[in-house]
Write a protein that binds this ligand. Structure first.
Ligand SMILES: [Zn+2]
Ligand SMILES: [Zn+2]
Length: 81
């Protein structure tokens, strides 16, 4: 199960690592973001389309629109296992 995320390298990484040819038929006509599921597109339009990426990682220059993305970013990038 792929969970598409908003913007940035996390999504890119996931695509590259998991499924290079993920089909994303649902595209936002406003900004061009595409999603594999209708509900994700809807949530994108409601919550983040047109908004600035204003969540700043405290440890690096990375910015995102979603709390979840920042969380995941912190985990992947700034957590040393
Ligand atoms: Zn959009
Ligand atoms: Zn960071």
């Amino acid at each position: 199960m792929i969970v598409p995320t908003a913007v940035g390298s996390d999504r890119l990484m996931k695509q590259i690592l998991q499924q290079p040819q993920t089909v994303k038929p649902f595209q936002c006509e406003t900004c061009g973001a595409s999603y594999s599921m209708q509900k994700n597109l809807s949530s994108h339009k409601r919550k983040e389309c047109g908004r600035e990426a204003n969540l700043q990682c405290p440890l690096c220059p990375m910015k995102t629109k979603r709390k979840g993305n920042l969380k995941r970013h912190m985990l992947f990038v700034h957590t040393k296992l």
